[in-house]
Design a protein around this ligand. Sequence first.
Ligand SMILES: C[S@@+](CC[C@H](N)C(=O)[O-])C[C@H]1O[C@@H](n2cnc3c(N)ncnc32)[C@H](O)[C@@H]1O
Length: 270
Amino acid sequence: MTGAEAPTWAGPSQASARAGRELRSRYTAADLSVFTAEEASRFVPRGTGDPQTDVTLAWELLYRLEPELYDRLASAEHLHPGVVAWLPPHVGRIAEVGAGTGRLTLELIDRAQRVVAVEPALPLRRILRRKLAAADNGDRARVTHGFFDRLPLPDDFADMVVACSAFTPAAEHGGEGGLSEMERVCRPGGCVALIWPNHLEWLAAHGYQYVSFPGAMSVEFGSYPEAVELAGIFFPGAADKVRRLGRRSVPFDALGINPPRDVAFKVLAA
Ligand SMILES: C[S@@+](CC[C@H](N)C(=O)[O-])C[C@H]1O[C@@H](n2cnc3c(N)ncnc32)[C@H](O)[C@@H]1O
């Protein structure tokens, strides 16, 4: 069976072997077969890789092997309302890259006549399509396969090109090539925006401005048991703290992560 045809769900034995394990020890090199050849060439460039030592590889396996588990986490990490309010209220076309299961996409569909959501992981595209089908105006969005460094869109296509918690300066998650592609697809006078960015100095050196919205922020898990379960998987160092807090709402600080309160953006010359 090729990577492209490999099942993207965890069968009962795999699921029980993983139960309770933190992300770092959830997958093994045997799981790399889930990647398509194109995905493997990006995420496992030398053909070998150990998701137990390479946490970015473990995230890519999570998206493909346990997409619903990833979606439970992303659904609990809400964007700051200031970030949502910062988005343009009405434009013609928005392209989003690395759309995942739609945390940002669902905020975009009322703001543009057309939204194109680019997402490489098939299991995440399936969840996103399901959510869009259930959403008012979800038919304004098209979900398509693609990577930062080869966007399936023409020059000057969109008024805004945006990514949320997806772009990094590393080539496999964007890099120089990915930033150039986002800018190619954005029309003159349009805006390229990276929400919840990392590597601010790198982005500033590429001409990106920065805005951050203040205030306390918490991860809103569905329940206290879910907070304990997901903290054990994604934030094992904070799991005891989450247990002691005894509630479903957990400050980002307590988990040791920056909240999604900021945007790096560039308005392209008209
Ligand atoms: C942490 S998730 C964020 C998903 C979504 N934007 C959100 O905020 O919920 C990172 C996303 O980037 C996607 N991704 C990873 N590498 C990528 C690449 N080279 N090009 C485009 N998307 C990529 C992943 O498949 C995943 O959907």
